[in-house]
Design a protein. Structure first.
Length: 307
């Protein structure tokens, strides 16, 4: 499997981690969901992300999930989330997943960081822990991490650490950050790949600002594939497709139940056998299921109208 580079583009789906009803890992459903994502047009996958329930896995389980996903991906790139409170754990998991054939690793900043200097120093330490030859994806998700990384700080990291090849951009609002990074590249700074998160909630605007695609999850990944594919050649068509799915994207953004919605949709579509999440998450309530079903029905009608 080839390593991730700054030229990466397209859709890297954040993969769910399927569980059986007894809460053990469902290896057969990992195979099914990997096939599903690639059948819908994904260019790569990211496993052990925040929406992959990574904190609920043991180290051995995390390695087994990675092994299974990479083995099923037929050489397509798989990025692995290795964020952890300590650098030793990050380094250990990185070595294990890179040996399995991962294309690179993704690291979010810990919530203890407060200053720009601390953020830059942290990522220097990350590269020391994982090695300078491992492609690094910086996950910029302040709504979750509570760490705000400015455009200038990102620029310092890009200039200081050549192995940082991709930004997973999910600042909100953060469109100006994409513009800032691309403007700096026009002025001579090296280019990095920018893939965006937040379930694609702002994907048309992000693509217009210069993003290279999406790195996020959604029960209908084909939406993201179509929007990214059409963003440059037919932006109005891309927007129309996006608009048809937007109510469900919005519904999935609810804190606390978003992953439940995503897993329910994936199970309904046959991508995983069960929508169960590991505790403390609760099952999706009956009224929420009815609302999701209504949104899917309306989405289907709008897509039929688009033709």
């Amino acid at each position: 499997m080839s390593l991730l580079t700054a030229d990466a583009k397209g859709v890297f789906v954040i993969a769910v981690t399927p569980f059986r009803d007894d809460l053990s890992i469902d290896l057969a459903s990992i195979d099914r969901v990997v096939d599903f994502y690639f059948d819908k047009g994904a260019d790569g996958l990211t496993v052990l992300g925040m929406m992959g329930e990574a904190p609920k896995l043991t180290q051995n389980e995390a390695i087994e999930v990675t092994r299974r996903a990479i083995g099923r991906s037929a050489g397509k790139p798989v990025v692995v989330g290795v964020s952890a409170p300590g650098l030793a754990a990050i380094g250990e998991l990185t070595r294990a997943v890179m040996d399995l054939g991962a294309a690179g690793v993704m690291v979010a900043p810990p919530g203890t960081l407060r200053t720009n200097e601390q953020i830059v120093a942290y990522y220097r330490s990350v590269v020391d822990a994982i090695g300078p030859d491992v492609p690094l994806v910086l996950q910029d998700f302040p709504l979750s991490t509570k760490v705000t990384v400015s455009s200038g700080t990102l620029g310092q990291i890009v200039e200081a650490l050549p192995s940082m090849v991709m930004l997973k951009h999910e600042d909100w609002p953060g469109l100006a950050k994409i513009s800032d990074l691309r403007a700096a590249e026009t002025d001579g700074r090296r280019r990095i790949s920018i893939l965006c998160g937040n379930s694609g909630l702002f994907l048309p605007e992000e693509m217009a600002r210069g993003a290279d695609g999406a790195m996020t999850g959604f029960g209908f990944p084909e939406m993201m594939v179509d929007v990214v594919r059409l963003a440059a050649s037919d932006p109005e068509r891309a927007q129309d497709i996006f608009d048809a799915y937007l109510p469900l994207v919005r519904y999935e953004q609810q804190p606390g139940i978003g992953l439940g919605v995503r897993k329910y949709v994936l199970a309904k579509r046959g991508a995983i056998a069960s929508s169960v999440q590991r505790r403390p998450a609760a099952p999706l309530a009956g009224k929420a299921i009815a609302e999701v079903e209504r949104l899917i029905a309306r989405q289907t009608r709008r897509l039929e109208m688009l033709g």
